[in-house]
Write a protein that binds this ligand. Structure first.
Ligand code: HAM
Length: 415
């Protein structure tokens, strides 16, 4: 037997209703926030992620599914959604359209990571990117959107927020980090030694114990923010409190992607039951579009892991309601196939979910099956029923039985 590749998962028919519910919630938010869907390819030229996500990140260095195609081009399965959307924004001249442009996507992402609970090699993200706005309002609204998404499932996870500052504050902060790490970098892991050269900010995200101990005393960005950045962050916090976004400031928060400027955030599992802490994350990236060859365009966005959301709900004992129920099972006690197919069709044409017997089962076995698939009603169709135009309908939920005239069937089921 051939098994599923490590770190991937089937969504089985018995659980796909949960995914349907996620998609339904996204559609509701699409309307409420006036978002537009964007679909970009599953794979891109490798260079997009090297330049976009950044070649000092673990994602680019260790986790990409990269291969040469038959034309000898280096291709990578998308490890995240943002870079492809930014490429599309530039390539399709979307900056010429009315801004802000608020897009969303639900996409599989591929990362060659060590699989464990909540960490997959193929995962799915619901993401949203807002192009062409650089304001406290946009920062607040993107957090409200993500927060509304979680609230739709009855949860309100904490969002950790931090401010990486503008390029001026960051320049000063990175210098302070370099001064701090320089005397002790030789005691840090080989990855951090590389990060010291390429992007010292990334050292703060290291999971190696020795490095974590050193990081505890590192300078914090909040001490290096200019007045504008400080004021804006304070303003944002005020708005978030007013609108009920459950946030906490975390000046040590860094993100695993290089494109961020200013605001960064991460929705976290406070109980740490997921194995992986982050339920979703994002932030502002005001330089990416320009770095990829477009006109300077500020953007803010997030990506939310759907598998992690479902695992989190499961851990919390929160069930997603299965809204799919078969209304009518049409049981077959006649050889008149045409009539039974036509009757089932009439039900469906009137938007009533209906399934007819497709097997050689006895009537008793058909009732058993209808019960098993949790149909609401069974309608028996035999020769007597077809002759008299009166049908016996059994309500499987309360066991009652009713005779209904053919002409009243639709009214009865819709009633
Ligand atoms: P990210 O933090 O790398 O950000 O991923 C976003 C979310 O995807 C994570 O918080 C997590 O829920 C989920 N996730 C990531 N990796 C895995 C994995 N291996 N298995 C399961 N779930 C995973 C981004 O990707 C950015 N593009 C987000 C963004 C959009 N920033 C601005 N706009």
């Amino acid at each position: 037997m051939i098994n599923i590749p490590k770190g991937t998962k089937d969504v089985l028919p018995s659980e796909s209703y949960k995914w349907n519910e996620v998609e339904r919630v996204v559609q509701v938010l699409r309307n409420k926030y006036n978002l537009h869907e964007i679909k970009t390819p599953m794979f891109e030229h490798t260079e997009l992620f090297v330049r976009g996500v950044g070649n000092s990140t673990d994602i680019v260095n260790k986790e990409m599914y990269t291969f040469l195609d038959k034309g000898n081009r280096s291709i990578t399965l998308k490890p995240e959604g943002t870079a492809g959307v930014a490429r599309s924004f530039i390539e399709n001249g979307l900056f010429n359209e009315t801004l802000p442009l608020k897009v969303y996507y639900i996409t599989p992402c591929f990362r060659y990571e060590r699989p464990q609970a909540g960490r997959l090699r193929q995962h799915t993200q619901f993401g949203s990117e807002w192009f062409g706005v650089d304001s406290v309002e946009a920062d607040a609204e993107i957090l409200m959107l993500a927060s509304d998404f979680y609230k739709s499932f009855g949860i309100n996870p904490t969002v950790l927020i931090n401010n990486l500052g503008c390029s001026e504050c960051r320049k000063k902060y990175i210098q302070a980090l370099k001064n701090f790490f320089e005397p002790q970098i030789k005691d840090m892991c080989p990855d951090c030694q590389k990060r010291f050269e390429t992007n010292p900010l990334r050292i703060l995200d290291c999971k190696v114990e020795e490095c974590k101990a050193i990081n505890k005393n590192a300078p914090v960005i909040t001490d290096y923010l200019c007045d504008d950045c400080k004021n804006r962050f304070e303003e944002l916090k005020k708005v978030l409190t007013e609108v009920g976004v459950n946030y906490k400031c975390d000046s040590m928060l860094v993100r695993g992607l290089d494109y961020y400027t200013n605001l960064i955030f991460e929705f976290v599992d406070e109980d740490k039951k997921l194995g992986q802490n982050a339920l979703g994350g994002g932030g502002r990236y005001n330089n990416l579009v320009e770095e990829l060859g477009g006109k300077p365009t500020p953007v803010v966005g997030f990506g939310i892991g759907i598998e992690r959301l479902l695992l989190y709900l499961e851990n919390k004992g929160i069930e997603i309601k299965n809204n799919q129920q078969l209304e009518v099972y049409v049981a077959n006690a006649t050889n008149n196939l045409i009539e039974i197919i036509k009757l089932t069709k009439v039900l469906r044409d009137n938007n009533i979910s209906a399934e007819m017997n497709l097997t050689q089962r006895t009537l008793k076995a058909q009732f058993k099956y209808a019960d098993k698939i949790k149909a609401k009603y069974v309608m028996v169709v035999g020769d007597d029923e077809l002759n008299s135009n009166k049908f016996t309908i059994k309500n499987l939920e309360d066991g009652s039985q009713t005779q209904v005239d053919k002409q009243d069937l639709i009214k009865y089921f819709k009633g």
